[in-house]
Design a protein around this ligand. Structure first.
Ligand code: G4P
Length: 519
């Protein structure tokens, strides 16, 4: 296959959902169809004590939540599919946001009984901001849920996106009979008596299902939708303005295969990516380029390694190739690189634009780094960072272990696990996060991976504002507005609350405060 053909068959997407909507279950099913795993449940058999590699941290096992993301790849119907998993817990949403920068489409899983939940809403905003296509899977049809028409209205009213159903449920819960599949013009029968799972519309008249009141209701709904609903419009789907909606039941693997096939039919090929000077890099550009969207340490406790996840934007990866690391201007050699085939990590056979590779990292890379060969001289647009809301002060419990303490802090900060600040004059270490769980994972990893016990003093919520160094006077700081510097040495204040900030603004009307450093 030519490089162009190779790139054209890539489909790279992430699944987003509120915890418990069924993201893990559907991921397992998709991998199963891809022949990647023999039995659904291999990816994550929580509570049974049988964990796959994506659950590498004890803290995850203990809590039964997924806090890290991983990448899975499989082949299906002539396409090479990359699924990027995202952490389920909202304290790790920053990780999810970065992952969403590395995909060309998103699948949104919704629990039919709960409708649109808070986390779905937040994640959807990022997807919307990127204008990438969103495909919706409304799950758990084997249970009673909200009315299908009401679920569509929620998409419109709460998320503000138009929707077009690709299939329609025939009953639900105990009365779930199957799906009316518009795209394939057939009925998918939930529990076929005669083993006939798919019945073409043209033949449904003679089928026992056609005498079922739920079937009649579904046909009526479908007619209503045809008259009053949105039409399928591929262009609008690709622009992220219209979401195709699929109903199904991941647990019973019902409607999932049809979803996968229809999704692959319409999901986009690898897209262009913008640099900071607004140049769009085409995936077909033969020069290799990519960016680091995630760094994860010690994925395999036996190897104690660190992996930088790189989304390839253009060209082809070749083992041992030298690339420019644009942040430092230095050349780095990509020799130890892995790819993620379902539940194993393998050496890269063939990675092109659209794929994700894992580069072995000994502290060279940072989240957001651009790697490139050839003429590309400007980095890709930076990844979104979150202004932390809660803070702690940390120090090493054992002063003799300063070295491993420093190393742990440095590496975990580079990974983007937490954000690092120092008090301006006394240089004490402060950490900022979006959610409390980030600190707990940080503490746990410092002990486990770096053998550095830490003392963590909570500082509570703070409002962060950067200040122009030229306008700074150290006397402006007080116990209610801590003066600190970020890891690039930019000065900032941590205000105890908005009231303390307003007091500051009244007192120093000529001093400008910024929500990010932009001097
Ligand atoms: P998540 O990754 O989005 O957090 O959700 P996950 O797949 O873990 O699913 C959450 C719960 O919902 C699980 O049950 C799962 O079995 C169930 N579930 C997923 N899809 C369906 C479906 O189509 N129908 C029904 N009825 N249930 C579904 P659990 O008991 O909380 O966890 P587990 O013990 O099965 O792991």
């Amino acid at each position: 296959m030519s490089l162009q053909e190779e790139i054209k068959i890539r489909r790279t997407f992430a699944i987003i959902s509120h915890p418990d909507a069924g993201k893990t279950t559907i991921t397992e099913q998709l991998l199963k169809f891809g022949g990647a795993i023999r039995e659904a449940g291999t990816v994550k058999a929580r509570k049974s004590g049988n964990f796959a590699k994506s659950d590498w941290m004890d803290i995850e096992k203990e809590r039964g939540i997924s806090v890290t993301s991983s990448v899975m790849q499989f082949d299906y119907a002539g396409k090479r599919v990359n699924i990027l998993d995202t952490p389920g817990h909202e304290d790790f949403s920053e990780d999810t946001y970065r992952t969403l920068m590395a995909v060309d489409a998103a699948v949104m899983v919704i629990d039919s009984a709960k409708g649109i939940e808070t986390q779905t809403k937040k994640l959807f905003q990022v997807v919307k901001h990127r204008h990438i296509p969103v495909f919706t899977f409304i799950n758990k049809l084997d249970r009673d849920g909200l009315e299908p028409l009401d679920l569509l209205s929620e998409l419109e009213d709460i998320l503000g996106i138009s929707s077009v159903p690709m299939n329609w449920p025939i009953g639900m819960g105990k009365n779930f009979q199957g799906l009316y599949d518009f795209d394939n013009e057939r009925i998918e029968v939930y529990q076929p008596a005669d083993g006939e799972r798919y019945v073409p519309f043209s033949e449904v008249g003679g089928h026992t299902l056609s005498k079922n009141p739920f079937y009649e209701q579904a046909v009526e709904d479908a007619e209503l939708l045809r008259d009053a609903g949105n039409e399928f419009d591929k262009k609008a789907v690709l622009a992220g303005e219209l979401t195709p909606v699929f109903f199904g039941s991941a647990l019973t693997s019902f409607g999932v295969q049809t979803f996968l096939e229809t999704f692959l039919k319409f999901a986009p090929e690898p897209g262009k990516h913008k640099t900071i000077d607004d140049v769009e890099i085409d995936p077909m550009n033969p020069d290799f380029s990519g960016f680091v969207f995630k760094i994860q340490a010690n994925m395999d406790p036996k190897h104690r390694d660190r992996i930088a996840f790189v989304r390839i934007v253009s060209g082809k990866f070749e083992r041992g190739m030298s690339v420019n690391l644009l942040r430092t201007g230095k050349q780095v050699k990509l020799s130890n690189v892995t790819q993620f085939m379902a539940d194993t990590r393998e050496n890269v056979q063939n990675a092109v634009a659209g794929d994700i590779i894992g580069v072995y990292d000994t502290g060279t890379y940072q989240v957001g780094d651009t790697l490139a060969t050839g003429k590309l001289k400007t980095a890709f647009e930076p990844l979104p960072t979150f202004t932390p809301e809660i803070f702690v002060k940390v120090s090493a419990r054992n002063v003799m272990k300063q070295k491993s303490f420093q190393k742990g802090i440095e590496q975990l900060v580079q990974e983007g696990a937490v954000q690092l600040y120092r008090t301006y004059t006394t240089n004490e270490i402060l950490l900022g996060a979006v959610g409390q769980l980030q600190f707990e994972v940080f503490k746990d990893r410092m002990e486990r991976e770096y053998n550095a016990e830490i003392i963590m003093t909570p500082l509570g919520n703070k409002t962060v504002r950067w200040i122009n160094p030229a306008e700074l006077d150290e006397k402006m700081s007080s116990s209610r507005n801590i003066l600190a510097r970020d890891r690039f040495d930019h000065p900032l204040f941590l205000f105890e609350n908005d009231f303390a900030m307003r007091w500051f603004i009244d007192k120093y009307p000529d001093v400008r405060l910024f929500t990010e450093f932009n001097v």
